[in-house]
Design a protein around this ligand. Structure first.
Ligand code: FAD
Length: 125
Protein backbone atom coordinates (compact mmCIF):
# COMPACT_ATOMS: atom_id res chain seq x y z
CA UNK A 1 0.00 0.00 0.00
CA UNK A 2 1.23 3.55 -0.69
CA UNK A 3 2.33 5.60 2.31
CA UNK A 4 0.44 8.79 3.14
CA UNK A 5 3.04 10.92 1.31
CA UNK A 6 2.57 8.88 -1.87
CA UNK A 7 -1.21 9.33 -2.08
CA UNK A 8 -2.19 11.91 -4.70
CA UNK A 9 -4.99 14.22 -3.61
CA UNK A 10 -6.84 16.98 -5.47
CA UNK A 11 -4.48 19.67 -4.10
CA UNK A 12 -1.25 17.86 -5.03
CA UNK A 13 -2.57 17.01 -8.47
CA UNK A 14 -3.85 20.58 -8.92
CA UNK A 15 -0.57 22.28 -7.93
CA UNK A 16 1.48 20.00 -10.19
CA UNK A 17 -0.95 20.48 -13.05
CA UNK A 18 -1.03 24.30 -12.75
CA UNK A 19 2.80 24.26 -12.82
CA UNK A 20 2.60 22.30 -16.06
CA UNK A 21 -0.19 24.42 -17.61
CA UNK A 22 1.38 27.82 -16.79
CA UNK A 23 4.81 26.63 -17.99
CA UNK A 24 3.19 25.32 -21.16
CA UNK A 25 1.51 28.70 -21.73
CA UNK A 26 4.77 30.60 -21.04
CA UNK A 27 6.61 28.53 -23.63
CA UNK A 28 3.91 28.92 -26.32
CA UNK A 29 5.27 30.78 -29.39
CA UNK A 30 4.59 34.52 -29.72
CA UNK A 31 3.65 33.93 -33.35
CA UNK A 32 2.23 30.39 -33.55
CA UNK A 33 1.62 28.71 -36.89
CA UNK A 34 -1.94 27.64 -37.68
CA UNK A 35 -0.90 24.05 -36.87
CA UNK A 36 0.55 25.06 -33.48
CA UNK A 37 -2.57 27.04 -32.60
CA UNK A 38 -4.83 24.14 -33.61
CA UNK A 39 -2.71 21.70 -31.61
CA UNK A 40 -2.87 23.83 -28.46
CA UNK A 41 -6.64 24.33 -28.80
CA UNK A 42 -7.05 20.56 -29.25
CA UNK A 43 -4.77 19.79 -26.32
CA UNK A 44 -6.74 22.05 -23.96
CA UNK A 45 -10.04 20.48 -25.06
CA UNK A 46 -8.63 16.98 -24.61
CA UNK A 47 -7.04 17.96 -21.28
CA UNK A 48 -10.43 19.13 -20.00
CA UNK A 49 -11.96 15.82 -21.08
CA UNK A 50 -9.24 13.67 -19.52
CA UNK A 51 -8.12 15.50 -16.34
CA UNK A 52 -8.15 12.76 -13.70
CA UNK A 53 -10.37 14.54 -11.15
CA UNK A 54 -13.92 14.24 -12.49
CA UNK A 55 -15.54 17.23 -10.70
CA UNK A 56 -12.50 19.42 -11.53
CA UNK A 57 -12.64 18.37 -15.20
CA UNK A 58 -16.34 19.07 -15.52
CA UNK A 59 -16.05 22.50 -13.89
CA UNK A 60 -13.03 23.28 -16.12
CA UNK A 61 -15.08 22.33 -19.22
CA UNK A 62 -17.71 24.87 -18.17
CA UNK A 63 -14.96 27.47 -17.71
CA UNK A 64 -13.61 26.71 -21.22
CA UNK A 65 -17.10 27.17 -22.69
CA UNK A 66 -17.41 30.54 -21.00
CA UNK A 67 -13.80 31.60 -21.62
CA UNK A 68 -12.48 29.97 -24.83
CA UNK A 69 -8.67 29.54 -24.91
CA UNK A 70 -6.86 32.36 -26.70
CA UNK A 71 -4.26 30.58 -28.85
CA UNK A 72 -3.44 33.53 -31.15
CA UNK A 73 -0.01 34.13 -29.56
CA UNK A 74 1.53 37.46 -28.57
CA UNK A 75 1.32 36.67 -24.87
CA UNK A 76 -2.41 35.97 -24.95
CA UNK A 77 -2.14 32.35 -23.76
CA UNK A 78 -0.36 33.05 -20.42
CA UNK A 79 -2.97 35.76 -19.77
CA UNK A 80 -5.77 33.38 -20.69
CA UNK A 81 -4.33 30.62 -18.47
CA UNK A 82 -4.16 33.08 -15.57
CA UNK A 83 -7.80 34.06 -16.12
CA UNK A 84 -8.85 30.39 -16.34
CA UNK A 85 -6.94 29.58 -13.12
CA UNK A 86 -8.62 32.59 -11.49
CA UNK A 87 -12.01 31.22 -12.55
CA UNK A 88 -11.13 28.00 -10.67
CA UNK A 89 -9.82 30.06 -7.72
CA UNK A 90 -13.14 31.95 -7.61
CA UNK A 91 -15.15 28.72 -7.59
CA UNK A 92 -13.00 27.47 -4.71
CA UNK A 93 -13.26 30.83 -2.85
CA UNK A 94 -9.50 31.31 -3.10
CA UNK A 95 -7.88 34.74 -3.56
CA UNK A 96 -7.54 35.88 -7.18
CA UNK A 97 -4.04 36.12 -8.64
CA UNK A 98 -2.80 39.41 -10.15
CA UNK A 99 -2.42 38.42 -13.81
CA UNK A 100 -0.09 41.39 -14.46
CA UNK A 101 2.56 39.39 -12.55
CA UNK A 102 2.01 36.05 -14.31
CA UNK A 103 5.24 36.36 -16.36
CA UNK A 104 7.26 36.82 -13.17
CA UNK A 105 5.65 33.80 -11.47
CA UNK A 106 5.73 31.47 -14.46
CA UNK A 107 8.67 32.20 -16.76
CA UNK A 108 9.76 29.71 -19.36
CA UNK A 109 11.48 26.69 -17.79
CA UNK A 110 15.08 27.45 -18.81
CA UNK A 111 16.60 24.04 -18.06
CA UNK A 112 13.76 22.40 -20.01
CA UNK A 113 14.91 23.87 -23.32
CA UNK A 114 18.19 21.91 -22.98
CA UNK A 115 16.30 18.73 -23.93
CA UNK A 116 15.08 20.19 -27.23
CA UNK A 117 16.37 17.25 -29.38
CA UNK A 118 13.79 14.99 -27.74
CA UNK A 119 11.08 17.41 -28.86
CA UNK A 120 12.22 17.56 -32.47
CA UNK A 121 10.60 14.27 -33.43
CA UNK A 122 7.21 15.48 -32.15
CA UNK A 123 7.39 18.79 -33.96
CA UNK A 124 6.98 17.06 -37.30
CA UNK A 125 3.92 15.08 -36.14
P1 FAD B 1 -2.98 26.45 -6.83
O1 FAD B 1 -4.33 26.98 -7.20
O2 FAD B 1 -2.68 25.01 -7.14
O3 FAD B 1 -1.90 27.37 -7.53
C1 FAD B 1 -0.51 27.04 -7.49
C2 FAD B 1 0.26 28.34 -7.54
O4 FAD B 1 -0.08 29.02 -8.75
C3 FAD B 1 -0.10 29.32 -6.43
O5 FAD B 1 0.66 29.10 -5.29
C4 FAD B 1 0.20 30.68 -7.07
O6 FAD B 1 1.58 31.00 -6.95
C5 FAD B 1 -0.08 30.43 -8.54
N1 FAD B 1 -1.39 30.94 -8.97
C6 FAD B 1 -2.57 30.96 -8.31
N2 FAD B 1 -3.53 31.47 -9.09
C7 FAD B 1 -2.95 31.76 -10.27
C8 FAD B 1 -3.42 32.32 -11.49
N3 FAD B 1 -4.69 32.70 -11.67
N4 FAD B 1 -2.56 32.47 -12.51
C9 FAD B 1 -1.25 32.12 -12.36
N5 FAD B 1 -0.74 31.59 -11.24
C10 FAD B 1 -1.59 31.42 -10.21
N6 FAD B 1 -9.78 21.60 -6.85
C11 FAD B 1 -11.02 21.43 -6.33
O7 FAD B 1 -11.13 21.19 -5.11
N7 FAD B 1 -12.16 21.51 -7.10
C12 FAD B 1 -12.08 21.78 -8.45
O8 FAD B 1 -13.11 21.85 -9.15
C13 FAD B 1 -10.78 21.95 -9.04
N8 FAD B 1 -10.65 22.17 -10.36
C14 FAD B 1 -9.40 22.22 -10.91
C15 FAD B 1 -9.27 22.36 -12.29
C16 FAD B 1 -8.02 22.35 -12.87
C17 FAD B 1 -7.88 22.47 -14.36
C18 FAD B 1 -6.86 22.24 -12.07
C19 FAD B 1 -5.50 22.20 -12.71
C20 FAD B 1 -6.98 22.13 -10.69
C21 FAD B 1 -8.24 22.13 -10.09
N9 FAD B 1 -8.39 22.02 -8.71
C22 FAD B 1 -9.64 21.86 -8.18
C23 FAD B 1 -7.21 22.13 -7.81
C24 FAD B 1 -7.03 23.60 -7.35
O9 FAD B 1 -7.10 24.50 -8.44
C25 FAD B 1 -5.68 23.83 -6.65
O10 FAD B 1 -4.63 23.37 -7.48
C26 FAD B 1 -5.55 23.14 -5.29
O11 FAD B 1 -6.65 23.49 -4.47
C27 FAD B 1 -4.25 23.59 -4.57
O12 FAD B 1 -4.35 25.01 -4.41
P2 FAD B 1 -3.19 25.97 -3.98
O13 FAD B 1 -3.84 27.01 -3.10
O14 FAD B 1 -2.02 25.23 -3.45
O15 FAD B 1 -2.70 26.75 -5.30
Amino acid sequence: LPTHEEVVDTETLGRATWTFLHTLAASYPAAPSAAEAARMARFLRDFAALYPCAPCASSFRRILDRLPPDVRGGGALPAWMCAAHNAVNAELHKPLFDCATVGRRWGVCEACTASAPALAQFQSM
